[in-house]
Design a protein around this ligand. Structure first.
Ligand code: SF4
Length: 335
């Protein structure tokens, strides 16, 4: 497969010798303090990798040559200029590079730097079609206007733009309005995902949709897809439990792991949603961990035991230990 814009060869899944994708959290800090933040961003439980270490890990990612890299956090853009250096290096040595942001620090200069560096998709969160819905969840007055401004500028700059949203009892009736709003703004994808009762989201169970409301939402989504989807715009639903069940099955079929997850403190985790860490990029390289067993991590006995007891996202707030609270299960792939 070729990326037409850069005429660069992008590996297909079958051609990858390492993970197909890498999620790299480059900070746990955030200028927001959202009520539903699943990884407690902004609470500074962990010490972020410093700039030199970020560059070192970036080189480790390049060595694995994944097809896609997602920079996330916290709010990645508050790391400042080092972000552009990282993106440049990744964009020249890996496939596509995506950025997840709350949009609050985006302006024309930031977008120009990101464009030159080689970002492909910018994902911006938006929790409804009007300020009250978004600002209420984000606990920030003006957050809605910031997100809309960031979306508008990113589209104008020619980025592929995705908008993410967690439907809840607050905003469930505004999903069509949101769909229409972002499509009119020129967004390429609306990504909906369930509210995860994890991190600060643990206290949101009163806003989480009930099973019958989820069913209704799924039916509505099918209608929205028919009504709004076209060659330039898609509506998608992301189930955070899906990969937890799919990946062990892949392992049984002799397929390698699909992705690697690097936390902002350099810990290598199995999944964003699991309290299991298997290494530290400050000690060994990603390639060493990959070869030492990460590529078959979903077949690991301890990982399987944890997953086998999960069957619903409702359980995330009752399971112990919990991720992002400094009490992870440690599995040492390299002893
Ligand atoms: S949800 Fe995103 S914007 Fe909100 S506190 Fe967490 S990382 Fe920051």
């Amino acid at each position: 497969m070729y990326n037409g814009e850069k005429n660069k060869k992008i590996l297909t899944l079958g051609e990858c010798r390492g993970p197909y994708s890498v999620a790299f959290s480059i900070t746990s800090k955030c200028n927001f303090n959202c009520r539903h933040c699943y990884n407690n961003s902004g609470e500074n439980i962990y010490e972020d990798l410093n700039d030199l270490e970020l560059v070192e890990v970036t080189e480790q990612i390049c060595e694995l040559n994944p097809m896609s890299v997602c920079l996330c956090g916290g709010e990645p853009l508050i790391r400042g200029k080092i972000v552009y250096d990282i993106v440049k290096r990744l964009a020249s040595n890996c496939g596509i590079v995506n950025l997840v942001t709350n949009g609050s620090t985006i302006n024309e200069n930031v977008l120009e730097e990101l464009k030159v560096s080689g970002i492909n998709t910018i994902q911006i969160s938006l929790d409804g079609d009007r300020p009250f819905l978004h600002d209420n969840i984000r606990l920030k007055q003006g957050a809605f206007d910031m997100a809309i401004n960031a979306i508008r500028l990113s589209v104008e700059k020619g980025f592929r733009v995705a908008v993410s949203c967690c439907p809840s009892k607050l905003n469930k009736d505004s999903i069509e309005g949101l769909c229409k709003l972002v499509k009119d703004l020129g967004v390429n994808e609306l990504r909906l995902m369930p509210l995860i009762l994890m991190g600060r989201g643990e206290n949101m169970s009163n806003l989480r949709l009930e099973a019958d409301e989820y069913l209704l939402l799924q039916q509505r989504l099918e209608i929205l897809k028919k009504k709004y989807q076209d060659g330039c715009f898609t509506v998608s639903w992301g189930d955070p439990l899906d990969h937890l069940f799919r990946m062990p099955q892949n392992t049984k079929n002799n397929m390698s792991s699909y992705s690697m997850e690097i936390r902002s403190d350099g810990k290598l985790s199995v999944s964003t949603y699991l309290p299991i860490v298997v290494g530290d990029v400050r000690i060994h390289s990603l390639k060493e961990y990959w070869e030492a067993g990460y590529k078959d991590i979903w077949g690991n006995e301890k990982v399987r035991q944890y997953i086998d007891s999960l069957y619903s996202t409702n359980q995330f707030n009752s399971f112990k230990p919990k991720p992002y609270q400094g009490e992870d299960i440690e599995i040492n792939l390299i002893v």
